[in-house]
Write a protein that binds this ligand. Structure first.
Ligand SMILES: *Cc1c(COP(=O)(O)O)cnc(C)c1O
Ligand SMILES: [Zn+2]
Length: 448
């Protein structure tokens, strides 16, 4: 089947279209963001059951590249790309587990965690980056004059860009806010051969610069205003539903910063609905850090206005963004999905992440924001005990060891309720026995 996809302006009054191999990030007619649109009529020639079967047959198989969680849905992503240009590290296919004990503690029977941080570069950004870098490889093979691919990043985008470019043999350039990302995130692009530019500003400042330097067509822009990334990220919602044997959960919670991912989540789910794979839609909740919560503020005003803000320093560094590029798309998605926006303070996000860890998770601070938002929604009666809830865990906790170490040392400037300090002892049996007696008794008391 000759499936087709193209870029289309999100402004409905405009609706200009562009081919996917044009070097373009905004509509040249009106300046709005673009999105990838698919020829849904042709996709609908294959019935819903047949799509499900195809996706199930490919899922996690070794049939390259279709075992990838993203490329297993190739016809819905980039139908025309040739296989030899696909740059895949077998992204997606991440585990989805029942958080039984954590759910019980916070008052929820059916809570599931989608562990997207268990991925090649340690965050869910791999899902979108495989698509963007593959399309770049395709364009280079067609003779496009692209010399390098660049992004501004709060850490995870640059790690994903660098690793996919390294796999493809394409030069990457990353612009990072100096001193505002974790060591693990900084060392990833360094190790993968990116040109790492550390700028004395915040993410929004890096974003302004990268938009200028990518006006030169030989440097291709990899930020999520480039909607190719959204096409890959949208598989997260499809994959969650597939993992539940095509049943749709009641609520999906996702942490949000630049806000491309919430619209990606919505876009995958809408595609499933429009092609008949599902009949209902979940509610979508976006969770923001209180120190970078422009969407939450707009939500409180029914989205009538949106004011960018200067983001304050937050432990949830990947979502420390005050002027989100994809805000219009995010608001559109939230309106379609009966959406909720919730925010969390530093203490709330850190305690929620740590509480999760005591039940067998190993949370990054952004997942902490999502868990804190969930706890607040349950306590406010806005999510019911019996609802089927999925939290998207966006990065691996090992990328954020500083955050965890400081929490357990009680060094974050607020009381850390679940801090667990190592006990220093002389190396004698008596000292150890004595310490265990006291410590175990104390734990027993805390647990009753
Ligand atoms: C990018 C990112 C987010 C937020 O995604 P946006 O599209 O910027 O809203 C959340 N968590 C982590 C770990 C991220 O890297
Ligand atoms: Zn336009």
């Amino acid at each position: 089947m000759p499936y087709r996809a193209w870029f289309q302006c999100i402004n409905e009054q405009c609706g200009a279209t562009y081919p996917l191999n044009s070097i373009i990030y905004r509509c040249t007619a009106c300046g709005s963001l673009l999105e990838v649109r698919h020829d849904m009529q042709t996709l609908a020639h294959r019935g819903a059951k047949a799509w499900m079967k195809l996706f199930e047959d490919r899922y996690k198989s070794t049939q390259w590249p279709y075992g990838s969680g993203v490329w297993g849905k190739k016809e819905w992503i980039l139908p025309r790309i040739s296989e030899e240009n696909i740059v895949s590290l077998y992204e997606g296919g991440t585990n989805l587990f029942w958080a039984e004990r954590f759910g019980r503690i916070i008052g929820l029977d059916n809570l599931w965690i989608k562990l997207c941080g268990n991925s090649h570069s340690g965050s869910f950004k791999d899902l979108g980056m495989t698509v963007l870098v593959s399309q770049v490889k395709q364009m280079i093979s067609e003779g496009a004059p692209i010399q390098a691919v660049a992004c501004a990043s709060t850490g995870d985008t640059s790690a994903a860009l660098a690793v996919y470019c390294a796999a493809a043999g394409i030069q990457s350039i990353v612009l990072l806010p100096k001193g505002k990302i974790s060591i693990a995130q900084l060392v990833q692009p360094i190790a993968n051969g990116a040109l790492v530019l550390s700028l004395d500003t915040d993410f929004d400042g890096c974003m302004r610069v990268v938009q200028e330097i990518t006006k030169d067509e030989t440097i291709y822009l990899a930020n999520s205003m480039n909607s190719l990334r959204i096409e890959g990220q949208k598989t997260v919602g499809i994959e969650i539903v597939q993992q539940f044997d095509w049943e749709v959960p009641d609520v999906i919670i996702i942490p949000g910063g630049n806000l491309g991912n919430v619209s990606a989540l919505g876009s995958g789910l809408l595609m499933m609905r429009d092609l008949g794979l599902i009949t209902k839609l979940p509610r979508i909740v976006v969770a923001q850090a209180e120190r970078a919560n422009p969407l939450y503020r707009s939500y409180l005003r029914n989205f009538e206005t949106f004011e960018p803000m200067e983001a304050q320093k937050t432990l949830a560094s990947a979502i420390q963004i005050g002027n989100p590029v994809s805000v219009q798309k995010a608001i559109r998605t939230l309106k379609q999905f009966n959406g909720i926006v919730m925010d969390a303070t530093e203490q709330e996000l850190a305690d929620a992440a740590a509480l999760g860890d005591t039940t067998g998770m190993f949370n990054c601070p952004h997942t902490g924001v999502a868990l804190a938002a969930l706890i607040k929604l349950i306590n406010a009666g806005r999510i019911d005990r019996s609802e089927h809830v999925v939290v998207i865990s966006t990065a691996h906790g090992l990328k954020f060891t500083d955050f965890k170490v400081q929490y357990h040392e009680g060094a974050l400037g607020f009381p850390c309720r679940h801090a667990n300090k190592p006990i220093d002892l002389p190396p004698t049996v008596e000292a150890v026995k004595d310490a265990l007696r006291h410590a175990l008794q104390k734990r027993r008391k805390e647990n009753v």
